[in-house]
Ligand binder design. Sequence first.
Ligand code: CMC
Length: 431
Amino acid sequence: MAKDSLTVTDNRTGKTYELAIDNGCIRAMDLRQIKSGAEDFGLMAYDPAFLNTANCKSAITFIDGDKGILEYRGYPIEQLAEHSTHLEVAYLLMNGELPNKSQLEEFTASITTHTYVHENIKGFMDGFRYDAHPMSMLASTVAALSSFYPEAKNVRSKEVRRRQMIRLIAKMPTIAAFGYRHSQGLPYIYPNNDLGYVENFLTMVKSIGKQNWRSHPALVKALEILFILHADHEQNCSTTATRVVGSSEADPYSAVAAGITALYGPLHGGANEAVLRMLREIGDKKNIPEFIKKVKDKDGDKKLMGFGHRVYKNYDPRAKVIKKACDEVFEVTGKNPLLDIAVELERIALQDDYFVQRKLYPNVDFYSGLIYEAMGFPVDFFTNLFAIPRTVGWVCQFEEMISDNDQKIARPRQIFTGQRKRDYVAIEKRG
Ligand code: CMC
């Protein structure tokens, strides 16, 4: 009997099976041979929400949720946040290695030459109502990009795929900034290719009335760090959505648009928006105990937004870096008064049995919104600030999925619990 195997006895039949273990997994398809009789379809695994199912092999991002470790291609997130830039991290995630000087220059130039969007995109975005949510605008505009680049359908060509990856990373800040300007009733600002990725984005968003408007360097640096922290996070909900849509060989714009819509939800990227609303609702430190009580009583489905994670059962390493970055931002912008409530909320929650027993710690979204707000972004724009950097992760995961011979169109099974065959009843005979 092989050492790396699992022996299973089916008590319905008394038969024993040996299943290979590879990378700490058994293959779900190996269960299919286990049948109660000749007519039996074979055993399946039931795993709603993929609590214990690996959907792919991936070499991009490593997380140890118990120890609170996050690495991109082996590099600890703390080191990248301190020393790197978002575009360098994008290169790393796409290529597996950090670039040398000329590789980075070439990569930066390729991104820079794709920052403009087709003029018709402006007309398309003008069609949104003034109060359209920025995530709706972002998702639909990215989906619309597919109609501007019909070649993107050729997903079997590595070269074509690479071009769309660059376009998506390059255009995402432009589209998000146009969405912002649309909401504010301000004219769109075109990209300035002399500026860095983050500075260019901030300029497209914020510049009013001055030819050479420049963001404060400390704010550019803080957003750069936030972009690095959000660049990828292995098989989360939006990445899985991107992979699933991409598995049907839909083009990368359509797949990434699916990622954006998945990110929109308050349990995922939309949590940064929800945290700010929650802190405003609490309003004062004295109201925290009552709020925590409601959360613990599951009163009205209240949750402590920005807390808890499917994978991290320890402090989210990204939250630690963001908490530190808050100080540098607040030195420039003045302290966000909600910070005191957030810090106190964290202190109380981390001592409370409810949160301790369930291993609920602050996640990436708990402190990021405080920085975004201090930088003057409206709350409903926060999740765009997550989507822009996560585009790197989505396109890299799309690329890995499409190049993986183990992958096929995603198509889970179900356990059918409904009615079986019955005869049609004419409408006048129905009760
Ligand atoms: N506040 C209160 N209770 C919570 C929370 C929370 N934030 N998170 C989980 N729990 C409880 C949950 O009610 C359950 O309790 P019980 O055992 O009594 O039923 C227990 O903890 C286990 O939670 P779960 O819902 O089974 O955990 P999950 O892995 O399915 O959900 C989560 C993970 C992130 C969706 C959840 O923790 C949550 O809703 N957090 C708040 C939203 C949030 O901050 N999301 C951002 C996640 S990080 C950014 C990203 O990558 O998306």
